[in-house]
Ligand binder design. Structure first.
Ligand code: NDP
Length: 287
């Protein structure tokens, strides 16, 4: 039987509706959450991601300020701009669109963002808090994946979760979040031996590699839930995931499409974090 195709767009719409209502409530009390997005350079992928974020803010009523800078900007100028936003009362979340030009250290940029406004959840303080289960901004894509799995009613506790990919923005944090949900987690990477032997044990298989169509039916246990994080642009501009969708759909119980799966969840969780940051700032002001 063919898998249920997880409708990330619809789940994201549902969550955005909830966010919109909360933003409206905050606004009635005179507060409006605000997000600043810094975009350096002309990378078309980054431009389209930033547009999506701007549109998302508009949809739920969050104030957004997009700051576009040429790729000749110096690291010092960029860090100074972030410091100003750290102190800006209209702004509760700050996001610097990655990747940055090679003369700028991404780590230095991330380290400059106040953890209180780090709505991407990339600063070491947020990551550390996530690891110990303390209050923090969870990184958006991993958080979106966990939220999606919960909302389709798939139990996580006690299940075998296999994550392919160990990046700091997807693989590692989603593994940690799944562990916090009481899954038994394995993490695979480019040096993993017998990849299919491990992925085939997964009740929930999360693939975040960035290699078009690398995961096929031979990697998947019948009945598994398959979450495809990969976004790969083929020649002719078609977007595909890391999973061979048509083939895996025939054996999985649930599968995310690309596009329309994890992608819409990522921006939605950014909006959720920005709302949260705004709520915290509003509370701090009232107290
Ligand atoms: P990275 O390139 O940072 O990490 C890729 C990971 O895949 C690495 O850990 C690497 O292992 C592993 N890997 C590479 N080749 C293999 C292999 N043959 N077998 C097993 N593992 C392998 O990528 P990201 O995590 O940043 O992104 C992954 C994908 O997800 C990309 O396509 C990206 O565009 C997409 N993405 C989508 C988002 C969304 O919202 N939908 C958000 C973020 C990312 P090693 O560590 O050993 O090198």
């Amino acid at each position: 039987m063919s898998a249920i195709v997880i409708d990330g767009k619809q789940i994201a719409r549902d969550i955005r509706e909830e966010i919109k209502n909360e933003v409206a409530e905050l606004q009635q009390q005179g507060f409006r959450p605000g997000l600043a997005v810094i975009l350096v350079g002309e990378d078309p992928g980054s431009q389209s991601y930033v547009k999506g974020k701007e549109k998302g803010c508009e949809e739920v009523g969050i104030y957004s300020r997009v700051i576009r800078k040429p790729d000749t900007i110096s690291q010092a100028e960029l860090l100074e701009m972030i410091e100003e936003l750290n102190a800006d009362e209209q702004i509760h979340g700050i996001l610097v669109q990655l990747p940055l030009p090679s003369h700028i250290s991404e780590q230095a940029v991330i380290d400059t963002i106040s953890p209180l406004k780090d709505v991407d959840g990339f600063t070491p303080i947020n990551i550390g808090n996530m690891l110990i289960g303390a209050e923090c901004f969870l990184p958006c894509t991993p958080h979106g994946i966990v939220e999606m799995v919960k909302r389709i009613g798939v139990p996580i506790a006690g299940k075998q979760v296999v994550v392919v990919g160990r990046s700091n923005i997807v693989g590692k944090p989603v593994s940690m979040l799944m562990l916090q949900e009481n899954a038994t987690v394995s993490i695979c990477h480019s040096k993993t031996e017998n990849l299919a032997g491990i992925t085939k044990q997964a009740d929930i298989l999360i693939v975040a590699v960035g290699r078009a169509k690398m995961i096929g039916a031979e990697h998947v246990k019948p009945g598994a839930v398959v979450i495809d994080v990969g976004v790969n642009r083929l020649e002719g501009k078609k977007l595909v995931g890391d999973v061979r969708f048509d083939e895996v759909k025939e054996i999985a119980s649930h599968i995310t499409p690309v596009p329309g799966g994890v992608g819409p969840m990522t921006i939605t969780m950014l909006l959720k974090n920005t709302l949260e940051a705004g709520k915290r700032a509003a509370k701090a002001k009232v107290l």
